[in-house]
Design a protein around this ligand. Structure first.
Ligand SMILES: C[S@@+](CC[C@H](N)C(=O)[O-])C[C@H]1O[C@@H](n2cnc3c(N)ncnc32)[C@H](O)[C@@H]1O
Length: 267
């Protein structure tokens, strides 16, 4: 078995274990979601604009809340994720709210084997590219699935915050990409810290310049890049809510970039 497959297998196991916990969690609050049919934040909504009748490929869709939210805004959406449990739950949620979306179970790097059409928009958000070892290959895939003049939109945690240890008290990891993964054994999950799951995960940091240059080198023109000093999610240790829906680190509130959004056009 190739080393990279070992990393993917471990990560897939972790995500498969997390799905049911997340589906039932207060963090993802499915009861509220079933009423509102929206899990998208103002950061990405602003970049998406009017998506009525647009075709959207949603990469790493987890159990589909954002995919379904995009469909509820009138888009024709295909969500993909490599976790079988996530895709199963996404289909279940789509049936519960009676909003149609397509879901494909695939590793992002193998997606061309099961999908062969182009989209108006490729979208991905919050906690996705850190699971991917090769950002250049990722950018090639983003570009491949976009129509000419199509838009790529990402809202993602800022690479700066992935430098910190799990308790966000000290700098532990490089800002820059390293081919060897960051290995951590994680107890609980960001959505339920007390859950009884303890598994190994492998991740990779991608600097902003790596993300931007990989997209440029695959034919995308960057249209906007924004950085935010807060997270829309209470998903790390030692956060406080500075304003409604804006979470900052207790020890350095509003001092560091926590999230970025980027919009690019396929030329
Ligand atoms: C943090 S979640 C998705 C974020 C989304 N904003 C959410 O909260 O619903 C990350 C997702 O990436 C998926 N994933 C990780 N590595 C992947 C890969 N190589 N190919 C496809 N999906 C992957 C996981 O299964 C998981 O569902």
């Amino acid at each position: 078995m190739k080393k990279i497959d070992k990393y993917f297998d471990a990560n897939k196991k972790l995500w498969n274990e997390r799905v049911n916990i997340h589906f039932e969690s207060e963090f993802y609050d499915n009861k509220k979601f079933i009423k509102t049919k929206n899990s998208l934040n103002s950061i990405e909504l602003e970049e998406l604009g009017n998506i009525k009748n647009k075709s959207i490929l949603h990469l790493q869709c987890h159990f589909g809340q954002d995919t379904i939210s995009l469909a509820n805004l009138g888009a024709k959406v295909t969500g993909i994720d490599f976790s079988e449990n996530a895709i199963e739950k996404a289909k279940e949620l789509s049936n519960i709210v009676n909003i149609k979306a397509d879901f494909i179970c695939s590793n992002i790097y193998d997606l061309k084997k099961s999908l062969n059409r182009k989209f108006d928009i490729v979208f991905t958000s919050y906690g996705t590219i850190g699971w991917l070892p090769d950002i250049n290959n990722w950018a090639e895939i983003v570009s491949y699935f976009l129509k000419r003049n199509g838009k790529f939109i990402i809202a993602e945690f800022h690479p700066y915050i992935w430098m910190f240890s799990n308790n966000f008290k000290e700098i532990k990891y490089s800002y820059f990409h390293t081919s060897a993964p960051i290995k951590e054994v994680i107890k609980g999950t960001y959505a339920d810290r007390n859950s009884d799951v303890k598994l190994v995960e492998y991740g990779w940091n991608h600097s902003l310049s790596d993300v931007i240059n990989s997209l440029i080198s695959h034919g995308l023109k960057i249209e906007s890049l924004k950085e935010f000093p807060y997270s829309p999610y209470n998903c790390f240790s030692n956060l406080i809510e500075s304003k409604k829906g804006k979470f900052v680190f207790k020890d350095f509130p509003n001092l560091i970039p926590m999230v970025y959004s980027l919009k690019a056009k396929k030329i």
